[in-house]
Every structure is written in structure tokens, then in C-alpha cells.
Write a protein that binds this ligand. Structure first.
Ligand code: AMP
Length: 193
């Protein structure tokens, strides 16, 4: 199964993607994780991405698409994958369409976690204290939410117009939200069958 998981920063995409990976036996591809690994490794690409990420802005489409293509060539993606954090704007949504057409890997579902901004700000404060992610400081979170509203929200409309988007209430217990995602995937799988 190939799934795109949409949602604002701090909406729980990473947490839920890890659960879906375990439940469904598919790969979890987080472009944020791929970029953080490049930053940590100090690769030329990581050096370029670091300042952009710390400012809460989007890394260039070319860089992220290159990382994604490399990741999709790895064997563990064959049974399927959850894309977490990609696509982040309409250009990336179109690039993903072209890439998946070329790979003959159509998407099975696009799920979007809905969480109010006030909850997001609180969650990121907690994550900032626990994980010390530089871009979780309150000021950068506000910037990331603005980038999300401006550039990423249209991606949900892009998939909604195509009739493949399912919106999920992302507020509540982690288990309950996980259950909602699995139920939505079952509905989607039946519709695709
Ligand atoms: P995330 O872990 O998904 O919240 O991503 C952390 C940061 O990595 C984002 O704020 C961006 O700076 C960068 N990033 C992650 N995914 C993408 C993407 N698809 N396009 C551009 N930048 C990205």
C-alpha cells in the first residue's frame, strides 16, 4: 500500500506513520528525517538545507525530490510506503505524480490529519523540550505554520479534487487516531478494489 500522510507540522504525522509502518509492514519515508540525517552527516546537501530548515522554510524542491527518488530505490519500499512530509507544495505534488507514474506506483490513499493550530503550538513546545529540535522553538513553529497554510494546504485541495483525500480528526489519544487512520485505509482499499 502506498500512502501520502498530510498534516501541519506537529499534527502527529511522524508518530502515526511509525505505527502504520509497523501495522502494515511498509516503509516510512519522512523527508524531514532524510534532511535531518543529511544535516547531521554534514553532506554538501545537508549544509545547504540546515539554515533553511532552522528558519522554518522549505528546502528547495530539487533537493527534496532527489532525496526521495534515492529513498524509493531502496528495497524496503517495495511492499509499499507512507510518505510523511512530502509533498509540501503544488510543484512537489506534480513532481510526485510524474515520479510515481514513471515508477508505475500509483497511490492508494491520501490521508490528512486535522489538528487546530493552538494544539499544534502546544505539541511543538513539548517536542522542543523533549527532542531539542531547533525548528520547534515557538517562533519558528509560527513560521512553519504560516508556510504550511500558504504552500502545503493547497496540496490537500489538489488531492481532494481528485477524490482521493480522506480527512481524519487528529485530536485525541494516539491509539484512537491510529484506529481512525486504519479505518480510513480499509474504506479506501475497498473503494480501490
Ligand atoms: P518535518 O520533519 O516534516 O516537519 O520537516 C522539517 C523541515 O524539513 C521542514 O520545516 C522543512 O524545512 C524541511 N522539509 C521537510 N520535508 C520537506 C519537503 N517535502 N519540502 C521542503 N522542505 C522540507
Amino acid at each position: 500500500m502506498r500512502i501520502v500522510l498530510l498534516g501541519a507540522p506537529g499534527s502527529g504525522k511522524g508518530t502515526q506513520a511509525k505505527r502504520l509502518k509497523a501495522e502494515l509492514g511498509i516503509a516510512h519515508i519522512s523527508t524531514g528525517d532524510l534532511l535531518r540525517a543529511a544535516v547531521k552527516a554534514g553532506t554538501p546537501l545537508g549544509l545547504k538545507a540546515k539554515a533553511v530548515m532552522e528558519a522554518g522554510q522549505l528546502v528547495s524542491d530539487d533537493i527534496v525530490l532527489g532525496l526521495l527518488e534515492e529513498r524509493l530505490a531502496e528495497a524496503d519500499t517495495q511492499p509499499g510506503y507512507i510518505l510523511d512530509g512530502y509533498p509540501r507544495n503544488l510543484a512537489q505534488a506534480n513532481a510526485l505524480d510524474a515520479l510515481l507514474a514513471r515508477l508505475q506506483q500509483p497511490l492508494d490513499a491520501v490521508l490528512k490529519l486535522n489538528v487546530p493550530d493552538a494544539d499544534i503550538v502546544k505539541r511543538c513546545e513539548i517536542r522542543f523540550e523533549q527532542e531539542h529540535r531547533a525548528d520547534d522553538n515557538p517562533e519558528t513553529v509560527r513560521k512553519r505554520l504560516a508556510v504550511y497554510a500558504e504552500q502545503t494546504a493547497p496540496v490537500a485541495d489538489f488531492y481532494a479534487r481528485r477524490g482521493v483525500l480522506t480527512e481524519i480528526d487528529g485530536v485525541g489519544e494516539i491509539d484512537a487516531i491510529g484506529g481512525r487512520l486504519l479505518a480510513a485505509l480499509r474504506v479506501r482499499a475497498a473503494a480501490n478494489a
